[in-house]
Design a protein around this ligand. Structure first.
Ligand code: FES
Ligand code: FES
Length: 208
């Protein structure tokens, strides 16, 4: 508040402060509005592919043939999660370093964050949603439950997809080999003992 009796430099300073605050608040609002507009424009730009960067792909995803128009810059992970609502594959690092996004491409495990959706034309993709047949769990899914191979579960879909591939590739011969061939899949909860035990059980046919 300005004291009407107060004069001189102090009141001027008070007034200046208020003006500065009002001006500052106005600037902040303007900045927010501007930033919001810029973000809206940016996100609109992200959704609308520039001319010449759209293409149609026809992959088979979890056994289902589909036709999808994509921006050629889209990653397989974003196609699965953002366009097809297959959110089992997780975005951890988005840089190929954590394995949370692991899916199978023509039976081989890949980091879907580093794989272009444009390469999916005519290819078969399997995600954690398509791993089990029917209502029953895949043996590896059951093994993860039986061996307490998860805590928060964020890495688990990627771990399971990599684990299935690890067994299929013939790399689950012993614990050291399992650890080596699963080293691309990080578990921040440190559930590694259970993960290795689950894979070992499936590889040795002890898991129904
Ligand atoms: S999100 Fe793909 S490897 Fe981490
Ligand atoms: S269970 Fe939490 S990150 Fe692996």
């Amino acid at each position: 508040m300005t004291d009407p009796d107060a004069g001189g430099p102090a009141s001027l300073i008070e007034l200046d402060r208020r003006e500065v605050l009002v001006a500052g608040a106005g600037a902040a609002v303007a900045l927010t509005l501007e930033t919001g507009t810029a973000q809206a424009q940016a996100s609109a730009g992200a959704e609308a592919a520039p001319p010449g960067t759209a293409m149609t792909i026809r992959p088979r995803i979890n056994g289902r043939a589909m036709s999808v128009e994509i921006d050629t810059r889209t990653s397989l992970l974003d196609l699965l999660r953002e366009r097809l609502q297959l959110t089992g594959a997780k975005k951890g690092c988005d840089h190929g370093q954590c394995g949370a996004c692991t899916v199978h491409l023509d039976g081989q495990r890949v980091a879907s964050c580093l794989t272009l959706a444009a390469k999916m034309d005519g290819r078969a993709v399997t995600t954690i949603e398509g791993l089990a047949e029917g209502d029953g769990l895949h043996p590896m899914q059951q093994a993860f439950i039986d061996h307490d191979a998860l805590q928060c579960g964020y890495c688990t879909p990627g771990q399971i997809m990599a684990a299935v591939a690890c067994v299929r590739e013939g790399h689950a011969t012993d614990r050291a080999s399992i650890r080596e061939y699963m080293s691309g899949n990080i578990c921040r909860c440190g559930a590694y003992v259970g993960i290795v035990a689950a894979i070992e059980a499936v590889a040795q046919g002890r898991q129904a």
